[in-house]
Design a protein around this ligand. Sequence first.
Ligand code: BUP
Length: 457
Amino acid sequence: GFQTPPHIALFPSAGMGHLTPFLRIASMLLSKNCMVTLFTAHPTVSATESTYTSLFLSTHPQLKHINYQITPSHHSNSTTDDPFFLQFAAISRHAHLLRPLLSSTSPSFSAIFSDFSLASSITQVAADLAIPNYMVSTSSVRFFSLMAYLPILTSEPAKLSSSSFEVNIPGLTPLSISSIPPPFFDPNHLFTEHIVSNAPAFSEAKGIIINTFDWFEPETLAAINSGRALSNLPPILPIGPLEPYELSKDQFQSLPWLDNQPEESVVYVSFGSRTAMSKDQIRELADGLERNGCRFLWVIKSSKVDKEDNQELEDLLGSSFLERTQNKGIVVKGWVNQQEILAHPATGGFINHCGWNSVMEAASRGVPLLAWPQHGDQRVNAEVVENAGLGIWARDWGWGVERLVKGEEIERKIGELMKSEKLRDRARKVGEEARKARGTDGSSDKVLMGVIEVLNL
Ligand code: BUP
């Protein structure tokens, strides 16, 4: 018989790493005939966030959009000046604005999908309005489990000390202490405080939607979903790799250079939307690429927030590097269409920080990774990448700022990345499994259809 489709409210948090999965989820839900309303906080931290939202709206006219105004926190907290962390807190502080917006929208909402970093504030609003709330975690299941357990770790300092060897979450394989994000050792750090205060609300959600797939993180998923680990959590719902939606070509710098390169010959180098490397490290990386002699496409960022990135390439690299390597590679500044670069037949390897969206994009395309985590969840993610066989990880390179990684070391690792047939075959296998998971009747497709079905009841 006739049914009105479910109406889902989407609440992303700050930064492209958080917005991207929500836009992809929106597109997937629309294609499965759901009604979707996207809530965005204005102003955004980066210019790219607003550009992507407008572009998405123009290509998805069925989407409803509510843009609500917030007062950003301009002043740095004593423990961090990271504008994205400050924005997480600012969005949470404005949760009271959402109640009237949610209750007055028609048709009424069947569910909320909200970013985990807004968990406690949205959970309260959702409960008051009796709307089921699903949480979306934008990282690996492995890192999600660490966040969920963080309140216990910080309340018993013996369990989380930088002098111990590993961190144990009962029922899961231990995490190496060197993978724990440094702010977690400081309970007063804004990032730590924010996660500790949101984690208790994780268990109030109807489910935790994660951009991953069964085959990629089988043990962690099975341990949590069987109740052997973190038994207070609702089901984890792996629906990834999220399907990238079509991005209009003329919005990006076009890269005809790539079209003229041999198959699987190019190393794509990018550290995501919010990692700026030091000038010294940029020079060493240039040295590593040049020594190795590989073809490369390198996207450089020299500032955390795109609006402030105005250093010239010549200043960063020296003009002679650009001249010497002009037949080998290209260096670009500004935003590129990463999903298209990873899908390009010429791309043969990816040097990346292991931001989770990038990892899932590489997995979908079967592109092997050289993991070079910089901060946050990225070392835990690198562990997952290594275990799944999607890439190699130079563990001893430390966190981004920990030490200067020399050109010779980089040269060697690029060799491992690009020359190993075994790695390439394994990455290809990951790509096949990823496509299977989200294809019709694949594990991730079934999970998403299951969620929609429940909302239809
Ligand atoms: Br940079 C860049 N083009 O030039 P991650 C990124 N992206 O399409 P992050 C581009 O942004 P967090 C560019 O494909 C991915 O979907 C990329 O998310 C896209 O890392 C997204 O990989 C970046 O998760 O976020 O930006 O560091 O710190 O939250 O993980």
